[in-house]
Every structure is written in C-alpha cells, then in structure tokens.
Design a protein. Structure first.
Length: 367
C-alpha cells in the first residue's frame, strides 16, 4: 500500500530530476488542482482522464509564469506517469492528501518552483550584471553546477555558452559562404533551373551564390531535435555534452546524427580518448574536432580581455545574455507572486510535511 510519505518521496524525486522550470511537477500540480476543484472531471486512477488534457492545463500556467511551454517529445512527456515517476496509484494518494489539505501539495510544488526561480535569478543576474572586465566563464558555469536545483539545466547553459562564442567569432571575421557549380554540368542546371533557383539560388546566369556564414542554435527548449544542438550554414553541426567524453558517448553521437562533419563539445576528455576517436576508421571522417570546457574558458578569456577584445567582447556578452534570458525568461517577479496569491496558497496553514513555512514568506507586503 502506497503511503503519503511514499508519494511525497516520489514527488520530491521528480522535482530533483526536473530542469529549472519544473514542467512535470507543474503538470502534477495542475492535475491535483483540477481534481480538487472539479473531482467529477477526472479520476486519478484512470490515466486517460487526464493524460492529454493535463498538458494543456500545465502549458496555460507555464506560458504565464515562464513564457514557455514544454516542447519535449510526447514520449518524454508521457513518462511522467510511468512507475518510476508518478503513476496513477501514487497520484491518487497525492490527490486525496491535497484535497484533505485544501491544495497544500499544489502550494508545495509552486513553493519549490519559487525557490528554483530564486536560484536561477542569481545565476542569470551574474551574466547580466558583469561586463567584459569581470565576467568569468568558470564562475558563471559554477553558479549552476553548485546549485542542486539547477544542475539539470546545465546542458542548456552549456549550449548558450557555446553558441554565443561560435556565432560571435563567425560574425567578427565576416565569414562568407559561396555555393557554385561545375560549369561543365551546365546542362543539368538548364534542365532544372526552376529547382536550382528555388533551392540553391543559382541559375545559368547566376553561377554562384554568396551569403554570410551563420551559426544557429536549435532553440531555447527541449524540442524533438534528435540530439542536434547547433547547426551552421557551412556544413558543420555541433553536439554539446556537459559530460566527460567516452568512446561510447561519441559513438552514440555519431550514430544519432546524419552529418558529414560533427564538432563535439564536452566538459572534458582525456587526450587518449580524443586521439583514439579521431583516428578510428569511420569516425575520423565524421568527427571534425573535439572541444573541451577548458578550451571554451580560454577562448572566452581571449574574446573578453585579449588583444582583439574590442571586436569581440561586447557582441559575445550580448549574445550570451540574450540566449540565457531566452532560455530562462522567468524570475521571481510580480507575475508569479500574484499567481501564488490569487490561488490563496499563501493563506494555507503550515504543517510538518508539505508547508513547513508560511507561503507569506515569499509574498512581499506590497503585493
């Protein structure tokens, strides 16, 4: 028999595994609230009464509080209800407890979210408040590594860091990409000129197409991108891992991405592993290079305070700040505080299990 304590442990585990915006815990909170206010509309033991609808309930809240909705795959979102997360039998226990305590578990989840937002705000503020004279990449990354609630978001931070540097350098050197064709194959162009104009921007008269080199980040969400993090218009794609690189990890990257040239960015990698990977038949042609976090730190130092900082520093920090704000748009602001108060979570009594301190602690008197 599942006890309330068992259910709380499962919920706490879900929160611990969640990224900064707590999409899955929020989905549980909205299911609990819907059942508390309209119990006839769903049955916690019958998954199909809330599996799909609860995503809409969650998205309505996350749109308001964090400016985003989850774009993870349907399969990833649905594993919320698997046995190792919050299956119906556990949800039923949480629902009964939540009803008996007038929404205390909902308030618990959103209180944890408030604390998570506070941690995110501190890290984001580091990025926004420092300039080229005092910004240090290792300190910024450590602000996420050292905060338990933010470790799950470090991969997205890593993406922002890499994108900001790569795009700034490509732009600073005025990189250009030229597409041309073999004039001896002109007869194919003549036959398919409508296609080559539409797709390649070349024709019989226009024998080449020139454009600025560019770097693109897939997005500020966990979209179904098949593992692709950054792509460029000059043939290189970038896969970012906030882990130490192993041969098994590299093999997984190569097998999951269909590209001629892959750049792997990782936390660190032994020289022997790098040498081995770059020399193995079949991989050498696909893995163009392996970049470590130490190299990123060195390059950031050069870009911010090196010989050509006047050409790079401002753009680099602007790109980084823009991506970080896009990835983590929410802060503990009036929007959240009003939401918390409108639902009367701040008025719930404290207890030893869920609300060990009054919700009023996060509501300023001015709100």
């Amino acid at each position: 028999m599942t006890t309330v304590l068992d259910a709380k442990l499962a919920l706490d585990s879900l929160v611990a595994k969640s990224r900064a915006h707590l999409y899955k815990p929020m989905q549980i909170a909205e299911i609990l609230r819907k059942y508390r206010l309209n119990p006839e509309e769903l049955n916690p033991l019958e998954l199909e009464t809330y599996r799909t609808q609860s995503k809409k309930w969650r998205d309505a809240v996350t749109s308001k509080l964090v400016g985003n909705v989850s774009t993870s795959s349907a399969r990833f979102q649905d594993n919320l209800f698997e046995e190792n997360a919050i299956p119906p039998r556990i949800l039923e226990v949480l629902a009964k407890e939540n009803n008996g305590k007038n929404g205390a578990i909902e308030a618990y989840i959103y209180t944890l979210f408030a604390k998570r937002l506070g941690s995110v705000s501190n890290s984001v503020n580091y990025c926004l408040s420092h300039d080229s004279s005092n910004f240090k990449l290792d300190e910024f990354m450590d602000s996420f590594w050292k905060e338990p609630g933010l470790k799950r978001s470090i991969d997205k931070v890593f993406e922002c860091v890499v994108y900001a540097l790569f795009s700034s350098i490509v732009e600073a050197i005025d990189a250009e990409i030229t597409l041309s064709y073999n004039t001896e194959k002109k007869f194919i162009i003549e036959e398919f000129e409508d296609f080559t104009k539409a797709v390649l921007n070349i024709s019989v008269a226009d024998t080449f197409f020139k454009t600025n080199g560019s770097v693109h980040r897939i997005g500020a969400t966990n979209a179904a991108d098949r593992g692709l993090d950054i792509w460029t218009n000059f043939g290189v794609i970038v896969q970012i891992k906030h882990l130490s690189l192993s041969e098994e990890l590299a093999e997984g990257i190569c097998n999951s991405l269909t590209a001629d040239r892959i750049v792997i960015v990782c936390k660190k990698a032994d020289a022997k592993v790098i040498t081995s990977l770059l020399n193995q038949i079949g991989w050498k042609s696909k893995i163009q290079s392996i970049i470590t976090e130490d190299q990123l730190i060195q390059w950031y130092e050069k870009a911010l305070r090196g010989q050509y900082a006047n050409l790079l520093s401002s753009k680099l920090l602007l790109n980084l700040q823009s991506e970080i704000q896009r990835e983590f748009p929410a802060t503990l602001d009036d929007n959240f505080l009003n939401f918390y108060k409108e639902r009367n979570y701040h008025l719930l009594p404290t207890d030893d299990l869920w609300l060990t301190e009054s919700g009023n602690a996060i509501i300023p008197k001015s709100i």
